[in-house]
Design a protein around this ligand. Structure first.
Ligand SMILES: NC(=O)c1ccc[n+]([C@@H]2O[C@H](COP(=O)([O-])OP(=O)(O)OC[C@H]3O[C@@H](n4cnc5c(N)ncnc54)[C@H](OP(=O)(O)O)[C@@H]3O)[C@@H](O)[C@H]2O)c1
Length: 238
């Protein structure tokens, strides 16, 4: 396993759930982590317990907000990070005819446009340095469709496509790209969702992965020797 000590990272959606876990694991390995999310107070509270971490409020759906955050990141980290974890995301379930325009656009902007904006901001410098690692948090829904998932799946199929293009463009450059695609994981993302069975009846939550299961997968990919690119990791409940 390669040591990450002394490296720098940007983790989006680091105020809770999977992103908070990834930020904590990286900080524990001696990585200087920039933590991004919209809720500044929550972000700062999380960041206080992570040595060397830098909380930066950013709404990844807004290009201006991303641009400002990128400028601060460049000044705090003296350039692009060594690691970018595109994790922030939203989720909702509704049948196509009941999906509002606002929700569809918000999901596309958060889960697809936001990760693209962050990626594009740092990739050029990573390629020039011939080192860097882009981790994309996909989903089981980046290959499999579920009813009620039109907006979410459209974005997750999309980020997987971007990851695959990226992997092809980066081959031989020294910059690595990994897609980590978890099944249902027990985080607050589910709070607003009523889980239904195939007949559409609400039923109690299915067994879920723990956020730490996803964190371990991300850390596995990040700590491989530089010659190894973990292209894709897919996690499902046993
Ligand atoms: N949990 C699951 O079952 C599951 C399964 C497969 C894949 N995933 C994926 O894993 C990733 C993390 O999900 P999670 O379950 O950890 O969700 P979560 O607990 O709801 O956390 C989402 C994080 O994203 C941030 N965020 C949301 N919108 C944002 C925006 N516009 N700009 C910046 N930050 C934003 C949130 O902070 P603020 O609200 O403060 O901005 C929060 O830190 C997502 O990409 C999700 O699709 C989750």
């Amino acid at each position: 396993m390669s040591s990450l000590s002394g490296r720098t990272a940007v983790v989006s959606g680091a105020s809770r759930g999977i992103g908070a876990g990834i930020a904590a694991a990286l900080a524990a390995e001696g990585v200087r982590v920039v933590m991004l999310a919209r809720n500044e107070a929550k972000l700062q509270e999380r960041s206080r317990s992570l040595k060397g971490s830098i909380p930066i409020a950013c709404d990844i759906t807004k290009p201006d907000s991303v641009e400002k955050a990128v400028q601060r990141i460049a000044s705090e980290l003296k350039g692009a990070p060594d690691i970018l974890v595109n994790n922030a995301g939203i989720f909702g379930v509704s049948m196509v005819e009941e999906t509002s325009t606002e929700f569809f656009i918000e999901t596309i902007n958060t889960n697809l446009v936001g990760p693209f904006l962050l990626l594009r901001s740092f990739l050029g410098e990573m390629k020039k340095r011939s080192t860097g690692h882009i981790v994309t948090i996909g989903s089981v829904a980046d290959r499999t469709i579920y009813t009620g998932n039109a907006a979410y799946s459209a974005t997750k199929f999309g980020v997987r496509a971007i990851h695959e293009v990226l992997r092809a463009e980066l081959r031989g450059t020294g910059v690595r790209a990994t897609l980590v695609s978890p099944a249902a994981t027990d985080t607050e993302i589910w709070n607003a969702v009523t889980v239904t069975d195939p007949a559409g009846k609400p039923h109690s939550k299915r067994p879920m992965l723990d956020p730490e299961d996803v964190v371990r997968a991300v850390m596995f990919a990040l700590t491989q020797p530089e010659r190894v690119n973990i292209d894709e990791l897919r996690l499902s409940h046993s």
